[in-house]
Design a protein around this ligand. Structure first.
Ligand SMILES: [Zn+2]
Length: 121
């Protein structure tokens, strides 16, 4: 299976490693890619694990996120820019037959010795 974050890579050589062990991630960009793939695969527990505890969605929000990500068709991820602790990306998806894009500058941080998503900035 292709990796959702990059069609040129196998899932087993890319984000699956992160999904099995978040400590295997070395950079903010890898963490961001693994979160995109987790949205595609509706891996809500990984989405929670890779979120900073101070900004992590509540259990109610978690259910809504899961419902939403299962309801859309993810198309692709584009990384526009990345630094040590930031990533600018575009995530393309189709919702109700219409293509939509999430364009975000994300901030990442380390918590419990691994990278986590902090917030958009
Ligand atoms: Zn990947």
């Amino acid at each position: 299976m292709q990796c959702p974050c990059n069609p040129n890579k196998k899932y087993s050589d890319c984000c699956q490693k992160a999904h099995k062990n978040i400590l295997s991630i070395n950079t903010a960009e890898e963490l961001m890619r693994s979160r995109y793939s987790a949205f595609v695969l509706a891996d809500i527990n990984y989405l929670q694990q890779s979120h900073h505890s101070s900004t992590r969605p509540s259990n109610k929000e978690k259910k809504e996120i899961l419902k939403w990500t299962k309801s859309v068709q993810w198309i692709k991820l584009e990384i526009l820019n990345s630094t040590t602790n930031t990533v600018e990306f575009k995530a393309y998806f189709m919702e109700s037959g219409i293509v939509d894009i999430i364009h975000e500058n994300s901030l990442f941080n380390k918590e419990n010795n691994h990278w986590v998503y902090l917030k958009a900035y």
